[in-house]
Design a protein. Sequence first.
Length: 183
Amino acid sequence: MSPEAATEATLGTLEALYDAYHRQALGLAYRMVQSQADAEEVVQDAFLSVWRAWDSYDAGKGSVRTWLFTVVRNRAIDKIRPRQRTSADPLPEGLDPADNTDVFAEAAATIEAEQARQAVGALPADQRQVIELAYFSGLSHGEIAERLATPVGTVKSRIRLAMERLRTAMNAPPRTTSTASVC
């Protein structure tokens, strides 16, 4: 395939990706940054990043949707960190909020949401707490350590252990009952 044809194919794929997910991405960004203008900037930056890094996408690590929403989430965190949150503008008509209010399930769209909730719920309380603060609240390791009055090294260890448990649980086959234990 010629470089021009490859570029055309990539642009077509990115256009389809944008058409399929831009409204949900905008809803997710808006939910995090609480501002229409900032959400639009976050989504534009996220799609630009995806376009620039398209060759780095690894299907073995998750779906394109998961990758895109992770990029949106990370750009939103970058946007809100330097400033205090302000009051939210109402979501303009015609924009869809993210179709799932559970950010973890949204970021892990390739995995059944129920399995993800069970895996997080099965974590020890100290590990679940740091995961929620890091991934749902967007806090850095230092901010979590300060909030919990815990050394940064302990926070990092808890996150690492929790991620190992979640990775193991997510690679296990989905359970048919919700009473089965994880790990």
